[in-house]
Ligand binder design. Structure first.
Ligand SMILES: Nc1nc2c(ncn2[C@@H]2O[C@H](COP(=O)(O)OP(=O)(O)O)[C@@H](O)[C@H]2O)c(=O)[nH]1
Ligand SMILES: [Mg+2]
Length: 233
């Protein structure tokens, strides 16, 4: 049977584990990520004669390299055989969820959004315009109430379609303002010439500007052995 790997991402308390349980049921396993003491939880389910392995990534607020959980999550997303990332958003606290969401979008990977906790947001009178959000961010968004098993079949259907038919990557770009955008574009052009595998050049440029130590080391080591004339822009 064909298998697809799907990773679940989200900040703590957005209902990620609840969604993981709703998707995979009892077929769950625990291991460690190589070299670190961070638990790797994964589970499996079969839908329309196709097997899906769901990886419950550590809940993080960001994808910088400040904590081992953040490093593990982003390395795993970029360097392993993942078909799709599902970003779980808390509908009752959307702005908080967007921070990690935009970082994921910048990794230029296939993403589906799950708008969870819509029962709570409705109770609070918050109406999320799903169509507008989908169009703006350029990825599918599915509404769920994970602890009531609502939206799970729709989600499985979208995951299936996404993996087997339309593996689309969003064209959305975060607008950092005129000056930073220009800076990011220039650094991106230089980084493109370094041909760093698995990492999108624009994302590397943004992390470089953020002073992300792991990424600065990676970029510096890629310069070694290059002539200046190779990278002039
Ligand atoms: N009302 C409501 N509660 C939910 C929903 N999804 C999860 N929860 C609850 O929210 C809490 C945090 O969920 P959990 O899955 O542990 O969050 P995680 O930290 O993202 O893994 C738990 O008490 C869940 O039962 C939802 O859609 N609606
Ligand atoms: Mg959890």
């Amino acid at each position: 049977m064909k298998n697809f790997n799907v990773a679940l991402a989200g900040q703590p308390n957005v209902g990620k584990s609840t969604l993981f349980n709703a998707l995979t049921g009892v077929r769950q396993f625990v291991a460690n990520y190589p070299g670190v003491t961070v638990e790797k939880r994964f589970g499996k389910y079969v839908y329309k004669d196709t097997e899906f392995t769901v990886i419950d990534l550590p809940g993080t607020y960001s994808l910088s390299s400040y904590t081992k959980e953040e490093r593990v999550s982003r390395d795993f997303i970029l360097n392993s055989d993942i078909e799709l990332v599902i970003q779980v958003l808390d509908a009752s606290n959307l702005t908080r969820s967007f921070y990690l969401f935009f970082q994921l979008l910048e990794l230029e990977i296939p993403i589906i959004g799950v708008l969870n906790m819509v029962d709570i947001s409705k109770k609070r009178g918050i109406e999320v315009d799903i169509d507008k959000l989908q169009n703006k961010i350029d990825i599918p968004i599915i509404e769920c109430i994970a602890n009531k098993n609502k939206g799970i079949i729709e989600l499985k259907n979208r995951i299936f379609d996404f993996c087997l038919k339309d593996k689309k990557i969003s064209n959305f770009k975060v607008d950092y303002g005129k000056e930073l955008n220009k800076e990011i574009d220039q650094i991106t052009e230089i980084i493109k010439k370094l041909n760093i595998k698995n990492y999108p050049p624009r994302w590397l440029a943004i992390k470089y500007l953020e002073n992300d130590k792991t990424i600065i080391d990676l970029i510096n080591s890629s310069f070694e052995g290059l002539e200046m004339s190779d990278i002039n822009v």
